[in-house]
Design a protein around this ligand. Structure first.
Ligand code: AMP
Length: 481
């Protein structure tokens, strides 16, 4: 592998910017992809986030863009991203590595006004970064002509599939010139994605930097058995957070966005520096929360899969799965938030008895067991055969609902978010999502109906909640209250 960026064929402007960014050695995907991109080859990059894949297309694109110039309403390159945050992140990469260029960039994502972006497009954009729904919206309004696109990047294709964007992608591919270069990235290659590449890529070079469906070796993965009850899961989570001595900051994943909000509020009430990130928040608050987390003002980020997808936060020490993801691939994406770029990280998954089949699917996918970590003080809901004897034990002690060590905790029976419509059918697998921006970033998981939980009743003592001081570094700074 090359020891530095000088032998890859990148222009001096680009290598200077890379050096200024502090990167000296190309990552594996960069070393393998960059020379081929510069030769104008189509690429299939099978790489997880955290491998440096963004720079693997941004750097050679900048070099290629040095010749030629943009024409009004005809972007020269198009980068499709599944979420606004990812799109914004790619834009940041273009700014960072393109600081020696005078290229124009437009960003078409939900939640921000079109006005400024339209002005850029009208003048002529070298780079257009967009989510598929927004892009098609603007195309239909006649704001963009796609006939000048030389390079198309489809990033996080498997997530596009999850979000129902594949028909949009197919449509967009049909609107672009046939003679274009396509750079295609995906962490996994399910059959639908394979089909897409067969159809739209020409003689692609396939680059795979980590075993498909693998998890990084730098992540210490653990499993903690917990009860199905949300309040007990929250108590267990707090105990885990307090117990992890090397925890600097963490992303905590929930399966449903309602639970994201509830858990964030619960952690805040317990004195933690915590913020929520989910698809229903407006763009401004999402960016603010993300920024607070990146700049260390916020220590715990509670997130849904869609909102957190591909977030580039290099120094996350811990990932918690408050819920076991129902789609095994999400496990890889989630824990991939830690242990990035060679750093070590810890992932802890809270598994309830009802999660068995999801765990099995994960273990099968990652082809390894996740060691079970025992946490003193956490009550594990016993399997059915043990439950009978345990209930006898409870009767003797006079407790009706909890296991031996758990005291009642009124503060943690909260579900303050409004309930979903009770009679909706669960969505089918991989549904086609709404095409328009308001819905473009919702996952099927986020849309699933959630049963109403009991109302908040106020604080009281807890076996985990108020039993010890919150470590100082996890306390909310007063500015974020
Ligand atoms: P990505 O996979 O694109 O999300 O990138 C993951 C992280 O790796 C980002 O924080 C990048 O800034 C960082 N990165 C990209 N290229 C390099 C490199 N050559 N050396 C070290 N870190 C890098």
């Amino acid at each position: 592998m090359p020891e530095d960026f000088s032998g890859l064929g990148l222009s001096a402007k680009v290598t200077d910017a890379v050096a200024a960014a502090g990167y000296t050695k190309p990552t594996e995907i960069q070393a393998q992809a960059i020379p081929h991109v510069l030769e104008k080859k189509d690429i299939i990059g099978i790489a997880q986030t955290g491998t440096g894949k963004t720079a693997s297309f941004v750097l050679p694109m900048l070099t290629l863009l040095e010749s030629g110039r943009a024409r009004a309403r005809m972007p020269r390159t198009l980068i499709l991203e599944p979420t606004r945050e990812l799109a914004a992140q790619v834009a940041e990469n273009f700014e960072k590595y393109g600081k020696n260029h005078r290229l124009t960039m437009a960003l078409l994502i939900g939640g921000v006004s079109f006005e400024d972006q339209n002005k850029v497009l009208d003048r002529g954009a070298d780079v257009l970064i967009a989510t598929p729904g927004r892009m098609l919206d603007q195309f239909e309004r006649g704001r963009i002509l796609l006939t000048g696109v030389d390079i198309l990047v489809i990033d996080e294709a498997d997530r596009m599939l999850d979000m129902g964007f594949i028909p949009d992608i197919e449509r967009i591919c049909g609107l672009l010139p046939a003679r274009r270069q396509t750079l295609f990235f995906s962490a996994t290659m399910p059959p639908e994605i394979q089909k897409l590449t067969n159809r739209f890529l020409r003689d692609p070079i396939k680059i795979e930097v980590a075993r498909q469906n693998s998890t990084a070796e730098t992540i210490d993965q653990k499993l903690v058995k917990v009860s199905n009850k949300p309040e007990e899961k929250r108590a267990a989570l707090r105990a885990l957070i307090r117990g992890e001595k090397d925890l600097k900051n963490a992303i905590i994943f929930c399966n449903r966005k309602r639970d994201v909000a509830t858990l964030a509020r619960s952690l805040q009430r317990h004195g933690f520096s915590a913020g929520a990130l989910h698809g229903d928040m407006d763009q401004k608050s999402r960016m603010e929360t993300l920024d607070a987390f990146k700049t260390d003002k916020l220590k715990l980020l509670i997130a849904s899969d869609v909102a957190a997808r591909g977030l580039d936060i290099p120094a996350v020490s811990h990932v918690f799965n408050f819920d076991v993801p129902t789609h095994a691939e999400d496990y890889i994406h989630r824990i991939g938030r830690t242990g990035r770029a060679g750093r070590s990280g810890v992932s802890i998954t809270l598994a309830a008895p009802s999660d068995g089949k999801y765990l099995d699917a994960i273990v099968k996918l990652i082809q390894r067991d996740i060691p079970v970590m025992k946490l003193d003080g956490i009550v594990i809901e016993a399997p059915a055969d043990e439950r009978a004897s345990e209930s006898g034990e409870r009767r003797r002690r006079g407790s009706r609902t909890r296991g031996p060590r758990l005291k009642p905790e009124a503060a943690e029976t909260a579900e303050t978010a409004p309930a979903a419509k009770p009679h909706r059918e669960p969505r089918p697998e991989r549904p086609r999502q709404e095409e328009r921006p308001r819905h473009e970033e919702r996952s099927r998981q986020e849309e699933r109906p959630v049963p109403r939980a009991p109302r908040e009743r106020g604080k009281s003592s807890s076996p985990f909640g108020s039993d010890g001081p919150v470590p100082a570094f996890l306390l909310r700074p007063s500015s974020t209250r």
